[in-house]
Write a protein that binds this ligand. Structure first.
Ligand code: HEM
Length: 398
């Protein structure tokens, strides 16, 4: 028997294809079907992988790095693991804890709170420029991308020209990934690596204030980090801190423009912003799914998972599981409790969550100052493994 045939015989039936146009057109509908019919769903795409769609399964696998490791791959389709490691994401505990402990100083709440004034100022300046322009404006390039880049610049401690360079590279990288140009994305990924390496070399040669410069802060925490480890931590932040928040903030703009009652409620104070942002995160988790690999033969809910198989943790699906959320397909502005896992859960739970929430507050408040929020045309939507809106045009003028 041919080897491929034997492989086919042992493969489960494909329950879905995340790259099929009808799935891309409505991920929540496709995932709702899977939660009912095939909660541990096989796909033949990209070499074959399982997707966990139920909240309980996603949480359990996220919390079990001994069975589901992040060291083999974390996204699917995966680019070959060349270049810098993405740290701490591509390590399991206890190794990943060493990086997270060192990064905590830069991400902790009272540190992030000091960014509030500059972030709000940046958002309102960008909004002033858009309003001065008048007419329909593209929100991703005109507001959200310069804002997330500026935020990253403050977080990492970039000089203005460094921030511009990162902005250019991240934008080009995202375009290649969304256009499914994998060789192009690989080339840009190498350029981002190069940037991170140069940044680390510069800071190591001339240490800066650890309060405002992340590499200097990491060095102060653990002087034993190698240059590669330092650059690997910076590298993860440069892309992770750009693409995902970009999509989330564009989804917010889209939501407000298409739900004028919600915009009005936030403006007059009848809707509280805190629970509203949590519901936005539940409804539009910009990281739809991340991946682990089974370290041994195992099973979930009766479905055998052979050792070495990639398993996607689908946060979007988990956030709409009726076993955890009442009326899960409805956006409930004051939903409480709201145990969404848009930031993941377990040893790799998002380090940037306080920053992401602060960004959301600043962007919502800024958008609500516009005389009008009117959708022009249709937005562009992100594709697997992302979720949400990537581009939209709004008329903000009076
Ligand atoms: C709405 C915005 C954001 C969402 C939805 C989000 C989501 C996530 C998720 C789901 C993970 C878990 C990864 C996993 O389990 O494999 C993660 C990890 C991470 N996020 Fe975010 N993120 C956001 C914003 C940010 C920002 C602004 C930063 C800042 C640079 C950031 C930095 C990180 C880092 C460094 C990790 C890796 C943590 C680790 O591996 O231990 N994120 N994020």
């Amino acid at each position: 028997m041919a080897a491929e045939h034997a492989d086919e015989l042992t493969r489960p039936d494909a329950a879905w294809d995340p790259a099929a146009p009808e799935v891309q057109a409505d991920y929540p509908a496709a995932l709702a079907r899977l939660r009912e019919e095939a909660p541990v769903a096989w796909s033949d795409r990209w070499g074959g992988f399982f997707t966990l769609t139920r909240y309980a399964d996603v949480v359990a696998a996220s919390r079990d790095p001994e069975t589901f490791t992040a060291t083999k791959m974390t996204v699917i389709p995966s680019s070959p693991r060349k270049g810098l490691p993405r740290l701490p994401l591509q390590k399991d505990p206890p190794e990943s804890d060493r990086y997270r402990k060192a990064l905590n100083a830069s991400f902790k709440l009272n540190k992030i709170r000091t960014f509030e004034a500059p972030l709000r100022e940046m958002a309102s300046k960008l909004m002033d420029d858009l309003l001065a322009k008048g007419g329909p404006v593209e929100i991703a390039t005109g507001l959200v991308e310069p804002f997330t880049q500026g935020s990253l610049g403050i977080l990492v401690g970039l000089d203005p020209e460094e921030a511009m360079e990162v902005g250019r590279l991240s934008h080009a990288y995202v375009e290649k990934v969304q256009g499914e140009d994998l060789p192009g994305a690989g080339e840009l990924s190498r350029q981002v690596d190069g940037f991170a390496e140069r940044l680390v070399a510069d800071r190591v040669a001339r240490l800066r204030d650890p309060e405002t410069d992340i590499v200097s802060s990491l060095m102060a925490h653990d002087a034993a980090f190698t240059h590669e480890e330092l650059a690997g931590m910076v590298r993860l932040m440069l892309i992770g801190g750009h693409v995902v928040p970009r999509n989330f903030l564009c989804s917010i703009a889209w939501h407000l423009a298409t739900h004028p009652d919600h915009a009005a409620g936030l403006k007059d104070g009848s809707l509280a912003q805190g629970p509203f942002i949590e519901e936005l995160l539940r409804f539009y988790p910009a990281n739809q799914a991340l991946v682990r690999v089974a370290t041994r033969d195992t099973e979930i809910g009766g479905t055998p998972i052979p050792k070495g198989t990639p398993v996607a943790l689908n946060f979007l699906s988990a956030n709409r599981d009726a076993n955890v959320f009442d009326d899960p397909e409805t956006f409930i502005p004051d939903r409480s409790p709201n145990r969404h896992i848009a930031f993941g859960i377990g040893p790799h739970m998002c380090l940037g969550l306080a920053l992401a929430k602060l960004q959301a507050q600043a962007i919502i408040d800024t958008l609500l100052t516009a005389p009008r929020l009117e959708m022009i045309g249709r937005p562009t939507f992100a594709r697997w493994t992302e979720y949400g809106v990537t581009k939209l045009t709004l008329d903000l003028s009076a």
